[in-house]
Ligand binder design. Structure first.
Ligand code: SF4
Length: 315
């Protein structure tokens, strides 16, 4: 049951005008929270994980995307876009190339070349979210995800408050790398927090994500102390944590938080984001790693269970 907060007309109007950068709104999702969800994807993330399934979420800036399979070689240009796309230099696109592609985005008949990431107001986003409200029975609702939601706290707070004022259940996925006051500010408006925990070892975390995990571990401790509605999610990543030793460290850390309500969701690594790297003109950094076998995932799930924790595979 969602908490409901009343809003005055003036406050509602102010919140509706708050702006931020998002890159997608996914309707009817069965992931990232209970029931049917409407997932709003924030753009920008402080971490740079090599296995990221949403590489378009990492930069805060709008980015050009070329979906080769949707290109029909329309004939408007002497050279079709995918051929030009292959000419990207090591330092990325030149200004002239970007200007030329920008021109093409406006007239591509299939949307095969387009910009991703746009500035929108909370009111505009909520108009889209509201269309799914009839399907939110059985605990469904709005999920803020990304990218990292806490990099845009004004937009996050506005969306959460607007949703809760309408009785829409709210969830947020976070990597946890943010200042505590930001989480504290959003906490009253959240029915579910999906908290990613990738590695307990700080140096390994730094090596594979670009940043240490001190803030992430501290924020998790504080959220537990605040009795936040937490689910801990561990992406099982070969080469990072999908083996006995790092999983023992994660399970031990969570057990020592001392909260029997906590459960861990294991999210097995997949390669579905790989084609997005190509569309963004980037190389997929995790290409040498295969997907995990079901047996491997089950073994790791049993290992975590042996620490007395509730475990679910998938999220
Ligand atoms: S404008 Fe669109 S359809 Fe035409 S060549 Fe470019 S990507 Fe292909």
């Amino acid at each position: 049951m969602s908490k409901t907060f009343d809003l005055s007309l003036t406050e509602r109007s102010r919140l509706e005008q708050v702006e931020g950068i998002i890159f997608d709104i996914q309707r009817y999702s069965v992931h990232d929270g209970p029931g049917l969800r409407t997932n709003v994807f924030f753009k920008g993330c402080p971490l740079h994980c090599g296995w990221c399934a949403n590489p378009e979420s990492q930069s805060m800036q709008p980015e050009l995307v070329l979906s080769e399979v949707n290109c029909i070689s329309c004939g408007q240009f002497e050279t079709p876009c995918p051929i030009c796309w292959a000419e990207q230099g090591e330092s990325g696109w030149s200004r002239e190339q970007l200007e030329e592609f920008d021109e093409r985005t406006a007239i591509c008949p299939t949307g095969a070349i387009h910009w991703i990431g746009e500035r929108r107001t909370a009111g505009d986003i909520m108009r889209e979210v509201r269309r799914d409200a009839p399907f939110y029975a059985e605990g469904g609702g709005l999920t803020l995800t990304g990218g990292e939601v806490t990099m845009q706290p004004d937009l996050a707070e506005a969306l959460l408050r607007l949703a809760q004022a309408e009785g829409i259940s709210t969830a947020m996925e976070t990597c946890g790398h943010t200042r505590w006051p930001v989480l504290e500010r959003l906490l009253p408006y959240l029915d579910h927090i999906l908290y990613d925990l990738k590695q307990v070892d700080t140096e390994t975390h730094r090596k594979f994500t670009g940043l240490g995990n001190e803030l992430i571990l501290d924020n998790l401790r504080w959220l537990v102390a605040a009795k936040a509605p937490l689910t801990i999610r561990v992406p099982l990543i070969p080469g990072l944590n999908a083996s006995a030793e790092p999983m023992r460290a994660i399970a031990g850390f969570v057990r020592d938080l001392g909260d029997s309500r906590l459960s861990i969701h294991l999210l097995p690594y997949h390669t579905l984001g790989q084609s997005k790297y190509k569309a963004l003109g980037r190389t997929y950094p995790w290409a040498e790693h295969d997907r995990l076998m079901t047996d491997e995932v089950n073994t790791l799930a049993r290992l975590v269970e042996s620490y007395g924790l509730m475990v679910k595979v998938g999220g």
